[in-house]
Ligand binder design. Structure first.
Ligand SMILES: [Zn+2]
Length: 246
């Protein structure tokens, strides 16, 4: 038996006297460790964040960013261009470009395949925006998704593929892992006979820094189910993707 109200508190969130000054990131990390959950850059950790904590996390990241600017010897007090930069960068990371780490998956309504669709369907190009885990530099590109449904496949609206892609890409990513995460998610939501994903992206860590190559793109693909077994289907999908600009 729980006393009234006790059920709302999980054991890890019980507030103790010296819990007050504990950074919210530490509390979230303790929950992840207790649950033995991985929290790599491209993992979603939404289920370990309690209501109100994302705002606290934003404050904590702001403070730490102020420290980064200070260590870079930028006079944020007199340089009015940078006086709110720490907050802006924190908001950009937590609420915008890496939001896919901190919020739950978009809710997607799945419909039964009442029309018994069983022909190859291609969605794309979907514009995707991410950042590399190595440098936090933008990764911007396009994704094509090929779905081979069967009578048990759940059908989702075309725009929902873009929403699922946005959630996966909204984390510091490695392109090879991003396409696999997206494939796993779409397989899980729709249960098709086969799934094919091609992603083509520019990595700004190659253009802005490093080799400063403005034109190189990375292309990779994932094939699942019938796309793995049937080379003709794979060829059909790749032939139907509009000619990519080189
Ligand atoms: Zn990079």
């Amino acid at each position: 038996m729980h006393p009234p109200g006790a059920a709302a508190l999980s054991p890890t969130t019980t507030t103790t006297a010296d819990d007050e000054g504990t950074p919210v990131s530490v509390k979230i990390r303790e929950r992840l460790n207790a649950a033995k959950k991985r929290f790599n850059a491209n993992d979603n950790i939404a289920e370990f964040i309690e209501p109100g904590e994302l705002e606290q996390l934003l404050d904590e990241v702001t403070q730490k960013m102020e420290g980064v600017l200070s260590s870079m010897v930028i006079d944020t007090e007199r340089d009015h261009n940078t006086d709110n930069t720490a907050r802006r960068v924190a908001k950009m990371y937590v609420n915008e470009v890496f939001r896919g780490r901190y919020v739950k998956a978009p809710s997607i309504t799945e419909f039964p395949n009442a029309e018994h669709l069983n022909e190859l369907m291609i969605v794309g190009p979907i514009t995707v925006r991410s950042a590399c885990s190595h440098h936090f530099c933008p990764v911007i590109g396009r994704v094509w998704i090929g779905v081979m449904p069967n009578e048990h496949t759940n059908v989702i609206g075309l725009s929902k593929y873009a929403r699922l892609a946005e959630w996966i890409m909204g984390r510091p990513q490695i392109q090879e892992e991003a396409v696999v995460q997206l494939a796993d998610l779409i397989m899980d939501k729709t249960q098709p006979d086969g799934l094919a994903i091609v992603m083509e992206a520019s990595h700004y860590c190659m253009a802005w820094r490093g080799v400063k190559d403005m034109d190189s793109k990375m292309i990779n693909s994932v094939m699942r189910g019938v796309f793995l077994k049937d080379p003709n289907l794979r060829r059909e999908f790749l032939a139907l993707i509009p000619q990519r600009k080189s």
